[in-house]
Design a protein around this ligand. Structure first.
Ligand SMILES: N[C@@H](Cc1c[nH]c[nH+]1)C(=O)O
Length: 369
């Protein structure tokens, strides 16, 4: 039925999913806020060029556009809130002290759904740390992401790390490649196509394809390639970023993964949780462009928590039916105690049909028989 009422990739969120979503979003945002991130709320639509112009190497991909009759200009619905936060940091908050910590939550819209997830409207919430992209800044963002996902109810987290600009780093040093060849080699590595790599004359990059998997093993394998000090600095950086995490977060490394990391620079990561095949978040280091051409380093994370919300909201005791003539003070006390109350409006109201689990009696809530 919805499919005929709503465009493909858009859907209604219904109880209990919508309730679980609201609750989990609040919990995740307060976990981020508790680490000093101030909330910003940029608009759903902007001028198209403003949406793509603020992050270095962000392309005009994936935009759902509308012609605005008022300004006669092209507007785009935001596919990602990070560039908007970059715009705010580079304009209104250009003079604010650094590092600048900002967080956000809202809806983003894609031109087309992904292979795994056909949704075109997604909830995105996240945190951006602007003014630094050091190992310490990245470590904080990873910790914030873990806190926020756990607050939203995710368990069994795993993080897949990547080095988005690895090809540029190696091409300028130990594995020389002309600029014209780099894009091709990046695409081949992304597709993990060993044959094509050799055919493209970039056989030196082959060991990178094998250095994928559990973090410690993959780092050891990469380290043994002896690609020079700059590369070694990157590996040590990754180790320092994840060192505080402890054993409860599983770690993997896929050094050549670039899909979804179009504007990230030296560091990128994706987040997963038990029971959910789809990625729950993604982040990394990037560059904010200011109006005067200045570039500023930043690191951040965006969570896409929709898959977590299929579970019913937790932390409430149940739905308590309030019969006609109940004492309002008793009902208020029950709500304060975590009950959801559903009051009878007239004698026709049936507690079972109203999804109630309990009824408010003289001596308190009673299980409905
Ligand atoms: N907004 C990016 C992730 C990100 C946040 N900050 C830096 N990178 C995404 O959704 O892919």
């Amino acid at each position: 039925m919805t499919s005929s009422l709503l465009p493909q990739g858009f859907r209604d969120r219904m109880p209990p999913e919508a309730e679980a979503a609201a609750q989990a979003m609040t919990a995740a945002l307060s976990a981020i806020g508790a680490r000093g991130y101030r909330r910003v709320a940029p608009p759903l639509a902007e001028y198209e060029e403003a949406l793509v112009g603020r992050l270095k190497s962000a392309g005009a991909r994936d935009l759902l556009r509308v012609l605005d009759p008022a300004s006669r200009r092209m507007l785009a619905l935001r596919p990602d809130i990070t560039p908007q936060v970059g715009r705010i940091a580079g304009t209104r908050l250009a003079g604010a002290p650094r590092p600048l910590r900002l967080c956000y939550a809202g809806t983003v819209v894609r031109l087309a759904g992904g292979q795994l997830n056909p949704a075109r409207e997604l909830t995105q919430l996240g945190a951006e740390l602007i003014g630094r992209d050091t190992v310490a800044a990245a470590a904080e963002i990873v910790a914030v992401a873990v806190d926020a996902l756990q607050a939203a109810g995710a368990t069994g987290l795993s993080i897949d790390l990547t080095l988005p600009d690895l090809v540029d780093l190696l091409a300028a040093g130990p594995l020389p490649l002309g600029p014209e060849k780099r894009e091709r080699v990046r695409a081949i590595l992304d597709a993990k196509d060993a044959g094509a790599l050799v055919a493209a004359g970039a056989g030196g990059y082959l060991p990178l394809l094998e250095a994928t998997g559990p973090f410690a093993d993959a780092v050891a394998r990469l380290r043994s390639l002896n690609f020079g000090t700059l590369f070694e600095t990157r590996l040590a950086g990754l180790e320092a970023i994840v060192a505080p995490l402890g054993d409860e977060v599983r770690l993997t490394l896929d050094p050549t993964e670039r899909h979804g990391f179009e504007y990230q620079s030296w560091f990128g990561f994706s987040l997963f949780a038990d029971g959910h095949g789809a990625e729950l978040g993604r982040g990394g280091s990037y560059t904010v462009l200011h109006g005067d051409g200045r570039e500023e380093p930043a690191v951040g994370v965006s969570l896409y928590p929709d898959p977590l919300f299929a579970a019913p909201a937790t932390g409430t005791r149940g739905r308590l039916f309030l019969p006609i003539g109940h004492r309002p003070a008793a009902a208020a006390a029950a709500r304060a105690d975590g009950w959801i109350t559903v009051a009878a409006i007239d004698d026709d109201c049936d507690p079972a049909l109203l999804d109630c689990t309990h009824r408010l009696a003289e001596d308190g809530p009673q299980l409905l028989g």
